[in-house]
Ligand binder design. Sequence first.
Ligand code: C2E
Ligand code: MG
Ligand code: MG
Length: 636
Amino acid sequence: MGNRIKQWWGLVQDGEHVRKFLIRSNVHAAIYMTVIVILLECWMLFSLGQNIVQSAAAGKPRDLPWIVSHSAWYVGLMASAIVVLVCAVNYLHGKIKNGKLVNAILFVFSLACLVFGVHFGNNSYIQGEQVLAFVTMTLFVFGILSWKPIAALVLSTVAFGGFYLYIDHNAPATLGTQVNLFTLWIATFVVSLSSYHQKVSEANKERELEETNRRLRYIASYDELTGIPNMHTFRGAVAVLLGGIDELDTRFAISYMDLEGFKVYNGRYGFAAGDDLLRDFAQGLLKVFDNELVARFSDDHFVALCDADVVEDRIEAARELLHELRGDVRLHLKAGSYELTGEHDDVGLACDKARVACNRIKKMADKNLRWYDDAIEHEFQRKQYIINNVKRAVKEGWIKVFYQPVVRCSDGSGELCGYEALARWDDPTYGLLPPFAFIETLEEHREIDKLDRCIIEQVCRDLRAEMDAGQQPVPVSLNFSRLDFELYDVPGFLDEIRNKYHIPSKLLDVEITESALTEQFKELQTTMSSLRDESHSLWLDDFGSGYSSLNVLKDFQFNVLKIDMAFLRGFPENEKSGPILSAVVSLATELGLVSLCEGVETLEQFEFLHSIGCERAQGYYFGKPDPTKALPKPLA
Ligand code: C2E
Ligand code: MG
Ligand code: MG
């Protein structure tokens, strides 16, 4: 028999959930049914009493066997209904746990009801009345309770067949009665069939819903990948602790951990292995921070809460754990810790402080742990200030453009050929802030677009003013963050502002750092080709500062290669600087790129660049970034 047919007949073993659902639903139905039966039998017993009294008053007293047989039926059914009611209530309260026993009790009670129905239906039939007692009882048994179809078929057939034979034996049934009973039997079976399938489908839906809820509850509290608590749970637990921290003797600290080099690990061994590492590390952390709180925040970032006195030991143990797991990739654990001060601490802020402390030692090979201290507090306050005030800074004109000249080098003239626009934040409280004080913060909070759009507009406004004054401006190069390309339509915005100020695109060059080009490869290529179509010159900024430089040259099409100032820094003391610079300039020439060297601070450096064929130069030697478009210092 096909599985579907078996299922249809209820011959397939029900799952645990469906089984329990059916029992529960039948137990509920039995409670309604037994209450009705008890009330009904009370009524019958009352009528019986009335009948006995009235008969006696009329001088025709009922004989004892008659009284006993009638009251026995009523009392018997009522007693069994009471037993079933007690069992059902106890099952719902968990006092009876055996589902099979409950099923058996319900089955016996149903049989009792059917026998009662057959008996009183027959009595009515003999007296020429309708067989309502039988109909009522079959309705109770098959309409309220859910039976497996096969059981319903057998039980209803036995009930109807038995009833038919019984009444036919006492008074032969007419064709009408036969047809009525047959129709009722079919209808009863169909009702119980549909009730069963409906209940099973309800049970399945309920199970799916419960599973989804369980999953959602799990996801809301635990990290799916590692199985340890997530940020939400961690924050909740710390918030509870903070509520009562003033009464505790222990000093608590939040530690933020970062697996430095995890991207490289992913690159070397693949994402699946990266996931395994995170899982193993998380499980290991549970042991390191035994009986303390550990959570995964995101990516390769974990947090833990423990006694401030044991932080050093715990971080050392976590570092050793990572050491064992890392394979031959140089993975380092960096941690930042913040000691909770009390009720007025905000959990989110406390975690942020631990993270900021951690970030402070990211590039320091010799340090694994940094406590959040006053120095960081000041920096943190400033960062908070930057984030809270970026909109205001744009509106109030605190964002200023400083221009640094770019000069011609290939002809050795050192003459002006462009400017680089560099942002400054001229703050009423903090004074003039250089980019390192705000660019990274704005990037971290995905607010960098506000600053960059403001710079673009100011540059265009300045160019317009020069053109209106009858001057012929030189091109200005603009710095873009990797996030600009995610946060807004860069080509569209440039186009809009150029049109507003009527600036030719040749006057606006686009600088993109090589680190911006490691992600969202396809989207960036599309954006860059739009910019190229609009005749913007594309510059690769800080070439050589990252580890993907050469790949970037292969995959993207630039016009200008801006060589990072780190190459010049050692020149001429470091003998290798010269040949490396020379090779990079030749590479640019061979690839058809204009070479531009940043960080020229001496005439000697400039002359060297000229000698190796570098086309342009920029650096303090010619001029520092300045709010006016100052001319480059002439060659001495
Ligand atoms: P960058 O684009 O590589 O800019 C060159 C940086 O080198 C500038 O620092 C400049 O002042 C400095 N510099 C130029 N010549 C010399 C030199 O001879 N010696 C030394 N030691 N330094 C020199 P600045 O202005 O502090 O900018 C730092 C970085 O901030 C920029 O590096 C750029 O990546 C970013 N930045 C600046 N303005 C903006 C902006 O408007 N938007 C975005 N997204 N980033 C910007
Ligand atoms: Mg630049
Ligand atoms: Mg640069």
